[in-house]
Design a protein around this ligand. Structure first.
Ligand code: FAD
Length: 470
């Protein structure tokens, strides 16, 4: 529907059609609610589908395939003239996004969810203004407006890329500076390095991926270092200046000033919640200093009939967290007994090798003084990892020393993104080391590493050397 003299009433208005909002709208419709979904972009899907998770993973897959093909000569497989055509890759990625967008549109239509295009803001606690003119009166509302790029504070030249621009593959620069060594910066940096750019990563903090277990990060960094021109941690970007043919980037690194020239710069220094200009001041909704909306376990804001989910609320800015919260909010509105009481939200970094973790990390346990027993199993000791030629990695299980309760699972290696689901299920179900050890894992698979790491933690592993006798 297009704006104009829109004047509607609905049981539930959902603002934002990302993985939080559209999932909430679908679930609400299934629960018999009358729903209007308001989206300011032309198409549903939000950051994740249009300029985040999906296009980035399509590009990562392409460069990893190329890398595997280049490395295949050691198994006797070689290719002449291997090349990756950027135009075809761009079309392929766009096609994946288009197909998924159509899928979401179809699901919404078939459930009778009314989609309104425009920008919503609160006029008061029961009314939304859309594009400043139309109004929607609601009984319940879900705010799912997501997040946007936190830009460098000083006026940055518009020619600098955000991840959204980089994902469109405008061209492959000869040299690229990636400002920000979080997961988005690293993933995009590796894509462009795979496409042939000389990539330098500049990170303000002393380590890459600050939130992750550095035990795991170290293995990944060792593996990706040869693909990058330079990794500068503990470094502050002082200025980025656009010149005729390049950018001059001034970096403060260990008390020294480094001046570098790059054909292109990509800034990926985090994201901030989209809560500005939403008219929240016309409601009683409480927002913290960083702009996140405060919610309770049922995803209710301080206005009990208004909910907030996804990147606008605290917690990791991840699509699967947004979707889970979307289902919780929808079910609470439909008066079901639901709460966001999940024990773990898995996190994945799609570098090569991948890193994934869920629950407590060893570092967190140390900082919080929680006694833990850790079992580590290296992929080099695993048959399947050897058959795949990918022994770079390990699985780590963090458990309670008394009860054997699994408190955290971390891993680095091929397909860690897939394997972490077992660890998350273990945490959710309150599994113990014994549960993981006695579950028969198919052989030969990478999943055996989870069982093996549990055995190491329990002291019963047969595929690692026995502890040294004193
Ligand atoms: P969004 O997806 O941001 O959707 C919000 C929607 O609300 C948008 O469509 C926006 O247009 C709309 N909107 C905003 N304000 C208004 C308004 N006032 N009126 C109407 N509409 C409005 N997460 C993962 O889990 N895995 C990944 O691999 C991953 N990769 C990523 C890669 C990149 C490059 C980026 C940038 C992000 C990635 N993320 C990933 C994060 C993920 O995209 C977000 O966590 C997720 O999209 C959040 O979902 P959401 O529904 O809260 O918000």
């Amino acid at each position: 529907m297009v704006m104009g003299s829109l004047n509607e009433e609905t049981e539930v208005a959902v603002i934002g059609s990302g993985p939080g909002g559209y999932v909430a709208a679908l679930r609400l419709a299934d629960l018999g609610k009358d729903v209007i979904l308001i989206e300011e972009r032309e198409r549903p899907g939000g950051t994740c589908l249009l300029e985040g998770c999906i296009p980035s993973k399509a590009l990562i897959n392409a460069v990893e395939l190329k890398d595997s093909a280049q490395n295949a000569s050691r198994i006797g497989l070689s290719f002449d003239n291997l090349r990756l055509d950027v135009d075809t890759l761009r079309k392929w990625t766009t096609g994946i996004v288009d197909g998924l967008v159509k899928g979401v549109q179809g699901l919404l239509e078939r459930r009778g969810v009314e989609m309104v295009h425009g920008r919503a803001e609160f006029k008061d606690s029961h009314t939304l203004l859309v594009d400043g003119s139309g109004t929607i009166e609601f009984q319940h509302c879900i705010i799912a407006t997501g997040s946007n790029l936190a830009r460098l504070p000083e006026g940055m030249d518009p020619a600098v890329w955000s991840s959204g621009e980089a994902l469109k593959l405008p061209y492959v620069p000869e040299s690229l500076a990636v400002v920000g060594g979080g997961y988005i910066g690293l993933e995009m940096g590796l894509v462009y390095s795979g496409l042939g750019s000389k990539v330098s990563v500049v990170e303000f903090f002393p380590h890459l991926l600050m939130g992750a277990d550095q035990d795991l990060v170290g293995i990944m960094v060792h593996h990706i270092t040869p693909r990058l021109e330079e990794i500068l941690v503990g470094s502050r970007v002082r200025s980025i200046e656009k010149r005729e043919k390049d950018f001059e980037v001034v970096i403060e690194h260990e008390g020294e000033i480094l001046t570098r020239s790059f054909q292109q710069v990509l800034v990926a220094i985090g994201r901030r919640p989209n809560t500005e200009s939403l008219g929240l001041e016309n409601t009683q909704i409480v927002v913290d200093e960083q702009g996140f909306i405060e919610i309770d376990e049922e995803c209710r804001t301080s206005e009990p009939h208004i909910f907030a989910i996804g990147d606008v609320t605290h917690g990791p800015m991840l699509a699967h967290k947004a979707s889970r919260e979307g289902k919780v909010a929808a079910e609470v509105i439909a008066e079901h007994d639901a709460a966001f009481d999940n024990r773990a939200i898995p996190a994945v970094v799609y570098t090569d090798p991948e890193i994934a973790w869920a629950g407590l990390t060893e570092h967190e346990a140390e900082q919080r003084g929680i006694p833990v027993r850790v079992g580590r199993f290296p992929l080099s000791a695993l048959g399947r990892a050897r058959t795949l030629g990918r022994t770079d990695g390990l699985v780590k299980i963090i458990s309670d020393p008394q009860s054997g309760l699994v408190l955290g699972v971390g891993m680095v290696g091929l397909h860690a993104s897939e394997l972490i689901a077992e660890g998350t299920l273990a945490l959710e179900m309150g599994a113990t080391l014994e549960d993981l050890m006695v579950t028969i894992h198919p052989h030969p698979t990478l999943s055996e590493a989870i069982m093996e790491a549990a055995e190491v933690a329990a002291g019963t592993a047969v595929h690692v050397n026995p502890p040294r006798k004193l």
